[in-house]
Write a protein that binds this ligand. Structure first.
Ligand SMILES: CC(C)(COP(=O)(O)OP(=O)(O)OC[C@H]1O[C@@H](n2cnc3c(N)ncnc32)[C@H](O)[C@@H]1OP(=O)(O)O)[C@@H](O)C(=O)NCCC(=O)NCCS
Length: 121
């Protein structure tokens, strides 16, 4: 178990799936203890690939929640592959994606970094 996994385990996040999940998009509210700390969604872009987006409340950042939520969303989604796009300046997101097991896989036309997570088959 890595340091981050230990930290993430201590944080102990819980997902509650939102009712607005439609058209292949799943949305979860993220809780740490009793506090609602953010949300994460995964949109279907192909039968095997999802696209993740996340927002953690400012006051709850820097505790490993983003990293844990990225990973949990990928695992819960059931997709073989999950993609994320992020600005090069978004250091926290890049670190959180790497912590969650994402690897850099290219760049969009608008010069955003593309990260990919691949599930264990
Ligand atoms: C990106 C985001 C989800 C990260 O959430 P988080 O709960 O702070 O993530 P973590 O606590 O797991 O932190 C991940 C890493 O970023 C670091 N970090 C956190 N805030 C940071 C900041 N403002 N600047 C630089 N690094 C930061 C943490 O220290 C941690 O580093 P480590 O791996 O060396 O320990 C959150 O900042 C956010 O909601 N941002 C706005 C929305 C966004 O950018 N979404 C991404 C779209 S893909």
């Amino acid at each position: 178990m890595t340091f981050m996994e230990k930290r993430v385990k201590r944080v102990g996040i819980v997902f509650v799936e939102g009712s607005s999940a439609t058209n292949g998009k799943r949305l979860w509210c993220v809780y740490a203890g009793k506090a609602r700390v953010g949300r994460v969604s995964i949109e279907r872009i192909s039968p095997s690939t999802g696209y993740v987006d996340i927002l953690i409340s400012v006051k709850h950042r820097g505790r490993g929640i983003g990293s844990a939520a990225f990973r949990k969303a990928c695992e819960e989604s059931g997709y073989a592959k999950v993609i994320a796009e992020v600005r090069k300046s978004n250091t926290a997101s890049i670190k959180a994606l790497r912590n969650a097991g994402f690897r850099e896989s290219g760049e969009t036309k608008s010069k955003q970094l593309v990260f990919a997570w691949k599930g264990i088959k």
